[in-house]
Design a binder for this molecule. Structure first.
Ligand code: DX5
Ligand code: ZN
Length: 218
């Protein structure tokens, strides 16, 4: 099943509630919320109050992507704010097993995000704990970047790794997903597609989301 997850990083923040409602009405499955701390990535975005605000306007799954150092200190606040799914970066978690345990103990679905240069071996020994794996197909920090093609082989390898382990974890791909890249990403084995600029920079979200879904259903 295809899941389309618009990233509100590219939304119009002067009208955030309307933007979230608009992608919900246009058929989005999840709302992807990019949290950046200016340390782990060279950009600062927003924190739990934005998750809480989204929760007030939508019943869709809130998928919180933590691009922050020491995420364990913040995870409870995001759970309380209404996150349904939380991903932490393997590169930011010296005790990744503990971070995942913490997320799950709060009743939230747990995922690990991997930067383009991070090997899949980073999740080998926590694979049974994962509800989803986020493959970054750009270097995290900004919307609107170009898809890194080497991500495709990584998604194929992850797909094999998960089936070998008997895992049903969702493969999510984030960065540069658009009409030109989504078919290849689908063929590689992903089923959850984060898209920021490819959705919010278009005039008609329903047409855009329908188009992405159609290309990913092939
Ligand atoms: C990048 C973020 C992405 C970003 C994607 O650091 O994790 O979620 O919003 O933006 P696009 O879809 O424009 O590449
Ligand atoms: Zn993201």
């Amino acid at each position: 099943m295809t899941l389309i997850a618009p990233s509100i990083l590219s939304a119009d923040f002067t009208r955030l509630g309307e933007e979230v409602k608009a992608v919900e009405n246009a058929g989005a499955d999840w709302i992807h919320i990019d949290v950046m701390d200016g340390q782990f990535v060279p950009n600062i975005s927003y924190g739990p109050i934005v998750v809480k605000a989204c929760k007030q306007v939508t019943d869709l799954v809130l998928d919180v992507h933590l691009m922050i150092e020491t995420p364990d200190a913040r995870i409870p606040d995001f759970a309380k704010a209404g996150a349904n799914y939380i991903s932490v970066h393997a590169e930011a978690c010296p005790h990744l097993h503990r971070s995942l345990q913490l997320i799950k103990s709060l009743g939230v679905k747990a995922g690990v995000a991997l930067n383009p240069a991070t090997p899949l071996s980073a999740i080998e020994y926590v694979i049974d704990m994962l509800d989803f794996v986020l493959i970054m197909s750009v270097n995290p920090g900004f919307g609107g970047q170009k898809f890194i093609n080497a991500s495709l082989n990584k998604i194929i390898a992850l797909s094999n790794m998960l089936s070998d382990a008997g895992s049903n974890a969702i493969i999510q791909v984030d960065g540069g997903v658009n009409n030109d890249t989504i078919e290849a990403v689908t063929r590689a084995g992903a089923s959850c597609f984060v898209a920021g600029s490819a959705i919010f920079n278009t005039p008609d979200y329903k047409t855009t989301i329908d188009g992405l879904r159609k290309l990913s259903d092939k």
